[in-house]
Design a protein around this ligand. Structure first.
Ligand SMILES: Nc1ncnc2c1ncn2[C@@H]1O[C@H](COP(=O)(O)OP(=O)(O)O)[C@@H](O)[C@H]1O
Ligand SMILES: [Mg+2]
Length: 398
């Protein structure tokens, strides 16, 4: 059978930096083809190329065996390709029904009852129980994602691209997504699925293509490979040795939290973090993990309880005082809470130092401080003048 889609010898650079190098990809009807690679490997760039958002520098695309040139997402949609974005692309003020039919209206004018009747089967298919007249902004992220999938189904998309679709879903919502993915593939749709999670790949994928640093490493049948093999393909070396538990002997207690409560969020949390130690807070989405961290960092206020840093009680912590005392916070929602998306990498890295008032704002001083840190952290491209929004990863939203 002819592949639904093929991409051959795809090359793509951004301002001289090559991000995809001779990449191959193909999608069969009814399969889930996972795309795997470390952050920055080029996964989103490849997907955007397949969806007409980026023009490849060279290479060929075919849909149903026919060569195509995709100049825009509209061209891609006309070829039966849909994309469920990492950042959802719905119109929050419009209703579920309006969003599902968006861009799909044709020439007829539908009244509300007709719209509702038209979208109902698609909503059923993705298991969305919200009323069709609910404004999309009232929905959870998972429900919004289902609206996007319903829209793809309504457009009779044959190829659905999903870029890290589970990154903000709960366990239960992930199950629901799996069910929808399986139903779609059973009906012959091909799905391109980006994920870092091996359990998802194991549960869903028929084939896996691995990218590393923009290079095409290979395509394998998921059932024929072990997780370790996939990891080695991803990182280019055997990780097994490095997965052994680190030999550390933690030092004195740095942070102590006692009976911390924020009413409505969490209760009686106590923990200690010693020098040289990594402490994990485990729990499902919604269990209160982020809330605990936010209170420790002073972003929210505790109802009761104590926080001590190096033995000293911190009364009424604020992010500014915690920062001053050497506490850093990497927020979960980095775009909204962690970075200034339109500023340069260097400026973003300097923000807290400037806030503390300890460092000058001269360009030369900034470079001197930032460059070694970028190297140490392995930030690629190693360009302090890159606008941070353009970097890959969860912060790479338009
Ligand atoms: N619009 C862009 N302009 C410049 N560089 C970009 C752009 N989009 C992505 N990149 C760069 O391309 C590389 C691959 O990014 P991406 O495809 O987002 O990786 P992944 O999705 O695998 O994490 C990164 O180094 C990123 O900084
Ligand atoms: Mg990505």
């Amino acid at each position: 059978m002819v592949d639904l889609l093929t991409a051959q010898h795809i090359n793509k650079s951004f301002s001289g930096v090559q991000v995809l190098r001779d990449v191959q990809f193909s999608l069969r009807a009814g399969e889930v083809h996972a795309l795997l690679g470390e952050n920055g490997a080029g996964k989103s760039t490849l997907l955007k190329t397949l969806f007409g958002m980026h023009k490849p520098d060279s290479g060929t695309l075919t849909v149903n065996g026919q060569p195509v040139t995709l100049k825009s997402p509209r061209d891609a949609q006309e070829q039966g390709i849909a994309m469920i974005h990492q950042e959802l692309a719905l119109i929050p003020e419009l209703t579920v029904a309006q969003n599902v039919l968006l861009g799909n209206e044709g020439r007829e004018v539908l009244n509300y009852a007709q719209m509702e009747a038209r979208v109902k089967p698609f909503l059923n298919q993705v298991g969305l129980t919200a009323a069709p007249n609910t404004p999309v902004r009232r929905l959870t992220i998972a429900q919004q994602q289902m609206v996007e999938i319903a829209r793809a189904v309504a457009r009779r998309a044959k190829i659905i691209i999903m870029d890290e679709p589970t990154s903000s879903l709960t366990t239960h919502e992930i199950e629901q997504l799996y069910r929808v993915v399986r139903e779609l593939t059973a009906s012959g749709v091909g799905i391109i699925y980006v994920s870092h999670h091996f359990d998802e790949i194991e549960a869903l994928a028929d084939r896996v293509t691995v990218l590393r640093d923009g290079n095409y490493i290979g395509t394998v049948n998921q059932r024929d490979v072990t997780q370790n093999q996939l990891v080695s393909m991803m990182v280019g070396r055997d990780l097994v040795a490095q997965l052994e538990p680190p030999q550390r002997s933690p030092g004195e207690v740095r942070l102590e939290v006692e009976d911390l409560t924020r009413t409505g969020a969490f209760e009686n949390i106590s923990l200690r973090v010693r020098a040289g130690e990594v402490v994990t807070i485990a729990g499902l989405i919604g269990a209160g993990r982020t809330e605990v961290l936010r209170v420790i960092y002073g972003a929210d206020v505790a109802t009761t309880g104590q926080i001590r840093l190096e033995g000293q009680t911190v009364t009424r912590p604020t992010p500014a005082t915690m920062m001053q005392r050497g506490v850093g916070f990497i927020a979960e929602d980095r775009r909204n809470h962690g970075i200034v998306p339109d500023a340069r990498v260097s400026v973003n890295m300097m923000l807290t130092s400037w806030a503390k008032g300890t460092v000058s704002v001269r360009e030369a001083d900034m470079r001197r401080l930032v460059e070694p840190q970028m190297q140490q952290l392995g930030i690629r491209p190693a360009n302090p003048n890159q606008i941070i929004r353009r970097l890959s990863g969860a912060t790479n939203r338009k």
